[in-house]
Ligand binder design. Structure first.
Ligand code: PGA
Length: 224
């Protein structure tokens, strides 16, 4: 199964988000080949809007197989007096996944391994599957995580993607369990996606820039 994750980061308002979903779902509905892949569990799509957009997105998402929502972050606290935080509990009935440990969280918001470890545990406790992002070998891998996204910082949003050879070599170094999905992220687009997809080593993509446009995101999926 291949997994395509859209990370919208801090983009879009509710109107734009709903427009995206409508356009994207109509592309899917009109493509029998892609629909079959979703139904057969050959393809999984995860859309990760900012938290305030999760509800409008969910409302406009048609009941299509194997398309899920993900959050981009959750609080490291279960609940309590933590102004501005978003608890796992408050989103667990809307999302199936959460992106954790993204390099922007680690670098700009100073998230430490200790925070990430707590978030992973809380997510799992609430039935949310963590998608753990790693910048490289320096970041910790956790046994209870089934989705690992390797995202070299220099490749994020730059238009320069990591070579397939280096992505595979990083996978070897990480020495993941066989059951773990190994995702690549960093300037994936409709042109370079094919090369990664031709390799059986990569289980999917985490895509930000190219996911902001539903047609581009769909084109990448259509390379499958
Ligand atoms: P990009 O970002 O697709 O814009 O390179 C990927 C990410 O940060 O997840």
């Amino acid at each position: 199964m291949r997994c395509f994750i859209a990370n919208w980061k801090e983009h879009k308002n509710p109107e734009e988000a709903v427009f995206w979903i409508k356009e994207f779902t109509s592309l899917i509905i009109n493509d029998q080949r892609i629909l079959e892949k979703l139904k057969n569990n050959e393809l999984q799509i995860i859309i990760c809007p900012q938290t305030s957009l999760i509800h409008p997105v969910l409302e406009s998402l048609e009941n299509l197989p194997n398309i899920y929502l993900g959050a981009q972050n959750i609080s490291r606290f279960e609940e309590g007096d933590y102004t501005g935080e978003i608890s796992a509990r408050s989103v667990s009935n809307m999302v199936k996944f959460v992106i954790l440990g993204h390099s922007e969280r680690r670098n700009l918001f100073k998230e430490q391994e200790e925070d990430i470890e707590k978030k992973i545990r809380i997510a799992i406790d609430h039935g949310i599957e963590p998608i753990l992002c790693l910048r490289g070998e320096q970041d910790k891998i956790y046994d209870n995580v089934n989705y690992i996204a390797y995202e070299p910082v220099w490749a994020i949003g730059t238009g320069n993607s990591e070579s397939i050879k280096n992505v595979i070599s990083m996978k070897r170094k990480l020495n993941l369990n066989k059951s773990v999905k190994f995702i690549y992220g960093g300037s994936v687009n409709e042109e370079n996606a094919v090369e990664y997809l031709n390799s059986n080593e990569i289980d999917g993509f985490l895509i930000a820039t190219a996911s902001l446009d539903p047609k581009k995101f769909f084109q990448i999926i259509n390379r499958l």
